[in-house]
Design a protein around this ligand. Structure first.
Ligand code: BG6
Ligand code: MG
Length: 214
């Protein structure tokens, strides 16, 4: 592995607890369509864009709906989700995140976010960590969402680094696939379901030691 000069973080489920809020909001949406939706089905949606997530729910339930109903459901899911994260704050950062960001900043390692969420910048500001990141690539800025590597390739390009100089931190199968397809070292965090697919795996970021890589 080349010496690491940049870190790209997924947002939901890696930096912050919001993956659970997405699950609850999608469960409500699926149930409104009469489609059963548990944590198992939710694994298919982690890291997946809002539009692709609703398409997957409809596939699970073998349902078709009108484009108007589709747009209404996307809006009501997002409204419910935003309501549920109204009081989000730095106390919702996942274990080890704050310390790792500080350590990386002190070492001059470049930091970025590569997220499928269109709410990423809003959330980073709420958490008070936006200033750590030289680059934020989010769901508003990619043509091909995860598992396509575009989000992370754009991040590395903005760093002016090669993929093998950057670690990608992910909690989702789609994100691990995206990182590996882009030639990055894929670091799985906080989701045992992806431990085998990831190049490295940690239960949380307190277990990750930057000194071993940079
Ligand atoms: C990803 C989450 O980061 O963003 C998904 O893992 C979510 O659960 C997706 O559906 C899209 O997020 P948003 O905020 O644009 O609806
Ligand atoms: Mg995630």
């Amino acid at each position: 592995m080349s010496p690491i000069k940049g870190l790209l973080f997924d947002l939901d489920g890696v930096l912050v607890t919001t993956e659970h809020n997405h699950f609850i909001a999608w469960q409500r949406c699926a149930n409104s369509l009469g489609i059963a939706f548990t944590e198992n089905e939710n694994e298919l949606l982690k890291g997946v864009s809002r539009i692709d997530s609703l398409k997957k729910i409809l596939e699970l339930g073998h349902k078709t709906i009108s484009s108007i109903e589709f747009e209404d459901l996307l809006k009501s899911k997002n409204d419910f989700y935003l309501e549920s994260i109204q009081s989000l704050s730095a106390s919702d950062l996942l274990p080890g995140v704050a310390a790792l960001l500080e350590e990386a900043k002190a070492k001059g390692i470049l930091l970025g976010v590569g997220s499928s969420s269109k709410n990423a910048k809003f959330i980073l500001n709420k958490l008070g960590i936006a200033d750590y990141f030289a680059v934020v690539i989010d769901g508003n800025g990619v043509n091909d969402p995860k598992p396509h590597p575009e989000v992370f390739l754009n991040g590395a390009k903005a760093f002016n680094l090669a993929p093998n100089e950057v670690l990608v931190f992910e909690d989702a199968a789609s994100g691990i696939a995206a990182a590996k397809a882009g030639g990055f070292t894929a670091v799985g965090v906080g989701n045992p379901n992806i431990a085998k697919q990831a190049d490295l795996y940690f239960n949380d970021l307190t277990e990750f030691s930057l000194a071993n890589y940079a």
